[in-house]
Design a binder for this molecule. Sequence first.
Ligand code: ADP
Length: 177
Amino acid sequence: MLGPPGAGKGTQALKLAEKLGVPQISTGDLFRSNITRGTELGLEAKHYLDAGDLVPSDLTNALVEKRLDEADAADGFILDGYPRSVEQAEALTRMLGARNTKLDAVLEFRVCEEELLNRLKDRGRADDTEEVIRNRMKVYRDETAPLLEYYGDAVRTVDAVGSPDEVFARALHSLGR
Ligand code: ADP
């Protein structure tokens, strides 16, 4: 699932995971839970999340690779917030190839920037201050948006302005479900 911060990827990933009976793997949630539990990974990741910068890819890729090998991901999974750069996408392609599998689809959730800023200000997560939001938007444009080209024809674009249920219906439609 691709989309800028505030596009609603997390909400849609959960709904889709429930519908398809596969786990939702959110790198943002994994980092936040490591921070809360005070693990070594959490300590390393915290200042990147606080600044709205990407956590270095070696840490992130290792985290995802380990998660993919948990039993519940054997029959499929939804990746929310990963990959977030071409470097990560290349690593993911290798991980999936090594496991004889591939992505079925790439969903892009599209929302105009004005709507995004409104949503994020209402959400009030620790990294939702104006300056950090601005940086996360920039990181999305510079690092993540190039993935749309990397994935090319696999990308299905979903209009993410509307109620969660409306957006979910569009996402299912784009997947032919
Ligand atoms: P949002 O999409 O609203 O920005 P996320 O929970 O997906 O929220 O991400 C929050 C933060 O977690 C990011 O700003 C970044 O610091 C870190 N993060 C999440 N996923 C990745 C990733 N794939 N690579 C590097 N950092 C990540």
